[in-house]
Every structure is written in C-alpha cells, then in structure tokens.
Design a protein. Structure first.
Length: 255
C-alpha cells in the first residue's frame, strides 16, 4: 500500500511538473506571437521578437531581440532595436482581465530618428498608435473578446543611443546618448491601460528625449553639410542650410 501511495504521489508530481512546463512554453510562444501580431496592427509597421520568457510562479520575464520597423517612405533599416528587456509581473494577474506589471526595464535600446520632408519615422509610428488607442477603447464587436487591460507601475529605459538620420544634410548622421526615461503609475485606475495606449506613452517619451538629444547635433550637422556643399554651388549650400531651420517642426511633422 505504501509503495502504491508513493507511486501515485510521484505520478502526481510528474504530471504537475509537465503541466507547468506546458503552460510555461505556451506563455512564451503566446507572448512572442502576440507581440508579432498585435504590434504591427497597432503601429502599422513590422515588429519582430526573437524570444520571450515568463515564469507563472515568480512573474519574472525577459524579452530578447525586439525590432520595430519603419513606416513606408523612410530609408533606415528600423526605428527601434532592443537587445533585451526584463519585466516583473504580479503572478496572480497573468490570466486575469487586467495584467499588473510591476516593472519593465529596457537597457541599451538603439533608436533611429529619421527625418525628411515626410516628417519623422517615430512621429508617424506615434500617430498610428494614437489612432489605434482610440479604436481599442471602442466597444468590442459582437463575438470578439475585449483585449486585456494593463497596469505598469514602473517603466525604465536606460543606456540607450539615438542614431539621427536627416535627409538633406549631405548624408551626414549623428550618434548620441539617449537620456534615461522613467515612467510610473501607467494604467493604475480601474480601467487600466490598453496595449496601444501603453506603447503610445512610451514612444512619446522616447520621441521627446530623442529630439532633446538630437536638436543641437542636427544643427551642427547642417553647418557641416553647408560647408561641404558650398563648393558645389550656392543652391546646394542654401538647401543644406535651410534643412537645419525649423528642425523641431520637421521632427514633429508626419505627413
């Protein structure tokens, strides 16, 4: 009898372990699929994620290899690259209607701020997210499940770089440090925050800090471009000089 009970006990432990592994792998693949499916729908650009992991017991998670592409008409390879980011989720909320994320920590992201006559790539993505935010707050269509709401207590972006690419400055670019970003208490109300609204708030902060870091550098690049082009002709030098004027407005313009 004791052997039978022992075997049953071992069998239950094995089944629980297998079930835990199954849920673990399901969650990991679901997160990656969700990012690569929902991301493009919200931002209207390609979004790729190499891997994701999340423990249902501790709530600790990590994402690796996040790449956010550029809208049409922009030439740089992508807008945002994140090597890895860690997060801490309240375990009991993972399967609830509102997922409570205690912290998100993004270290060393690579941001590309590209500006041209069409505006800036980040501003265009932000406008797409703003449109998606409004749509997400509309009542779900019949038969559709409402999207999960989120609460993010702390969102940190640190050690990032901004790569500035400005069409019209004789192909010159700048590589600058991104000022750290620290957002708190996002979606703490009963309604929470949608994925589109969260992305909107984070990207707004990234865009503001990128412009803050870039404006002076782009003015310097404009002066260098004017110097490089003055021997070609006055029209080329004038074009490079004009490119530096109203730089903040161009970064904010999307159409």
């Amino acid at each position: 009898m004791k052997k039978l009970i022992l075997r049953i006990g071992i069998g239950i432990v094995v089944l629980v372990a297998l079930a835990g592994l199954a849920v673990h792998f399901f969650l990991d693949s679901a997160i990656r699929k969700g990012v690569e499916t929902i991301g493009p729908r919200l931002a209207k650009v390609e979004v790729k994620l190499d891997s994701a992991s999340l423990s249902i017991l501790s709530g600790a998670g990590k994402i690796r290899g996040l790449v956010v592409g550029n809208p049409e008409r922009f030439r740089t390879r992508c807008a945002i690259q994140v090597g890895s980011a860690s997060l801490a989720v309240q375990p009991g909320s993972i399967f609830s209607e509102k997922v409570i994320i205690r912290s998100v920590n993004v270290q060393g992201p690579e941001i590309t701020l590209e500006a041209s006559l069409h505006g800036s790539n980040l501003r265009k993505i932000l406008e797409n997210l703003s449109a998606s935010s409004g749509a997400d707050r509309q009542p779900a269509a019949k038969g559709d499940k409402p999207g999960k709401k989120l609460q993010v207590d702390e969102f940190i972006i640190a050690g990032g770089r901004v790569h500035v690419s400005f069409v019209g400055l004789a192909g010159k670019t700048a590589d600058l440090p991104l000022p750290d970003i620290h957002l708190k208490d996002l979606g703490t109300g009963p309604e929470g925050i949608t994925a589109a609204e969260l992305a909107n708030k984070v990207l707004t902060a990234v865009l503001d800090k990128s412009i803050e870091a870039s404006t002076g550098a782009v003015a310097d690049l404009g002066r260098q471009a004017a110097e490089l082009t003055k021997n070609i002709g006055n029209s080329a030098a004038d074009a490079a000089g004009k490119a530096t004027k109203g730089i903040g407005g161009l970064f904010k313009k999307s159409q």
